[in-house]
Design a protein around this ligand. Sequence first.
Ligand SMILES: Cc1ncc(COP(=O)(O)O)c(C=O)c1O
Ligand SMILES: N[C@@H](CCCC[NH3+])C(=O)O
Length: 415
Amino acid sequence: MDYFDYSNGRLCAEQVDIPTLADQYGTPLYVYSRATLERHWNAFDEALGSHPHLVCYAVKANSNLAVLALLARLGSGFDIVSGGELARVLKAGGDPARIVFSGVGKTVAEMEMALETGIRCFNVESTAELARLNDVAATHGVYAPVSLRVNPDVDAHTHPYISTGLKENKFGIEVNAARDAYRQAADSKHLDVHGIDCHIGSQLTEIAPFVDALDRVLELVDHIESDGIPVSHIDLGGGLGVRYRDEHPPLPEDYVRPLMARLSNCDKEILIEPGRAIAANAGVLVTEVQYLKETAEHNFAIVDAAMNDLLRPALYQAWQDIVPVIPHDGAAKHWDVVGPVCETGDFLGKDRELTLAQGDRLAVRSAGAYGFTMASNYNSRPRPAEILVDGDKAYVVRQRETVDRLFEGESIPDL
Ligand SMILES: Cc1ncc(COP(=O)(O)O)c(C=O)c1O
Ligand SMILES: N[C@@H](CCCC[NH3+])C(=O)O
């Protein structure tokens, strides 16, 4: 459930009128709902109940400082994948002791920054990374808290680009090699083994793969602990899907229940790393129809948002609902909603039945996750502004990028 709905024939975010926001701040424009973000985070937190747990929001889904700050105030932990994300979380007031650091390619500088900050744990993804982290910690005379991300070889039944838990994927340490990796970690003088971690993919709409992955992790925990290496937490990763079209992903409580049933006799702290399920349906991308172009083959609605603003349709052929901001009368037609970028793959939606006129505004739904964070400046397009709505108030949480900003850091050498 989210807080985007029509009131008097105009789309609103909570109690704020989206057409007015578009008039004030222009388009393309990302609009987020605080109540939706908080509701989703709380749903995970409450589902985990009294079992010791930490919901570590996956920052990559939506890393706007205002979004991170409001989750930090709820007591959220954070799953980060770069030094940049670490800096963002700290800037937003996140607690370093609630940060877990995932990612296959952590650099020495990123490790140093995280050690200095005193993060909760490194989710280590290879034995080479274990060795590097031990060296970096030794150089600084500290101990690095580690959890090994194991790749359980479970098919998440999701888009191949966002499946991460199969043995052919680059992520994690092969489940069969994990026991040896734990021995390496335990024998490393400057590493402290804290936990175990897995993340099998994103936009999962079934529970079975999560349960299979947990079973493999629990089997491994038995082996590791019988080797004399205790772990104090199990991190189940993120990945719970959302409804973009006609999917029926489980609610947070229905996703957590079967997992916790398996963990009823387990006193270890449970971490989860949801991103999309918290942020996706908490945001829309508002865009304006620039031209309507009807050809023999297709009707094109050329809008002012493009693949550089919202990449998911172009990258994954992802379907996101596109709705009018102010529905009006007229004959509906089938439109390909496309952007101005010079790529055939630049579309936001194809074959959408809409009643359109030039100048209409449209909202692309479920754009709060992997929307702005994947935006680029391709075609030298400044990135959109971002608005956070809270009840009847709207805050500009990122100004629209200016063309001047696009040249920052560039120079023309005196050749
Ligand atoms: C390690 C890790 N944790 C958490 C997430 C968040 O995933 P999602 O947004 O699907 O919940 C991701 C992205 O897939 C990830 O790579
Ligand atoms: N960016 C992807 C999800 C990737 C998850 C990253 N681990 C999407 O939009 O669906």
